[in-house]
Ligand binder design. Sequence first.
Ligand SMILES: *[C@@H]1O[C@H](CO)[C@@H](O)[C@H](O)[C@H]1NC(C)=O
Ligand SMILES: *[C@@H]1O[C@H](CO)[C@@H](O)[C@H](O)[C@H]1NC(C)=O
Length: 313
Amino acid sequence: MLRTTFLALAAAAGLATAAPVERATAAPIEERGGAWTLSADVVAAWKPLAHYAAAVYCDPGTIWSWSCGTHCDSTGQLNVLATGGDNGYNPYYYVGTNGSHVIVSIAGTNPASVSSVGVDIDFPLTNVDSKYFPSASGVQVHEGFYGAFTRMAGGIAPAVQNAVNSGTNQVLVVGHSLGGAQGHLVATYLQKLLGSRATVTARLFASPRVGNQAWANYVDSTLGNRAQHMVNNNDVVPQLPPADWGFQQSSNEIWIVTPGGSQYRACPGQENQSCQDGLGIVGAVANFAQYLDVAVHLGPYVGVWLSSLECAA
Ligand SMILES: *[C@@H]1O[C@H](CO)[C@@H](O)[C@H](O)[C@H]1NC(C)=O
Ligand SMILES: *[C@@H]1O[C@H](CO)[C@@H](O)[C@H](O)[C@H]1NC(C)=O
């Protein structure tokens, strides 16, 4: 029943456009603010990361020359080492270096990303291969996400390893929506692969849940506070697949308290009830069903819409 409802919603979402719509603000939860509200400079540091995450929605030809328009212009030059994906079954990605960091960016499927996530939630949890995730006892992840990850890992890892071997030992993984799920998988994999040779950081947007409790713990023990995922108010995607089905978010949500608003709250721990979880999945689904609220999923995040809308022609 629940499953049928989600699939119907997902199908409806495929018909929705990315245009912002009139929408009721989510039921407010208690404002805590104060110490947990991110300072302006911490928030500002996310802005280039949002531009890196948006750029991957642009045509790969413009990525190679780092001439994709606003998003490329906003980050400074990137020396692109690899691109891949087909913007369908396999999400777009790119790998590049900006002098100090290797940047890995992974797309969702836009504008049908909510649709693809919705369809994907019918897949079961599956075991992971120890060649990607060593000593991952009891770890299971979403089969559809895992399949996409295994298809892209072989394109991403050699480019990252080359850059690390050339002396760039900071690796930053960004991604939005399905790309947020892929980002959790890729960043955890790369940190295990590279060990002490590099420090991997993940800054993700609107990531669905990726795996079970053991997976969330595995991400936390591998990346710690270096893995953070931003959630725009009551976007339904981070609430999927439902926790009731055995899925669990890893730690460190950064919650945008009002849709696209200016207050960002740190939410330590997994599934922190002081942040999006406090609204409950029923509210998120109701909001989505009533308003076909794809807009809140696309942004803005730190003033940046994560879609192809601002890509150079
Ligand atoms: C590369 O990008 C990261 C992330 O935005 C930034 O912290 C770093 O300063 C950049 N490096 C250079 C050399 O611009
Ligand atoms: C959840 O986040 C709030 C701040 O947003 C914090 O006060 C609280 O301690 C966190 N809960 C856990 C279990 O870490």
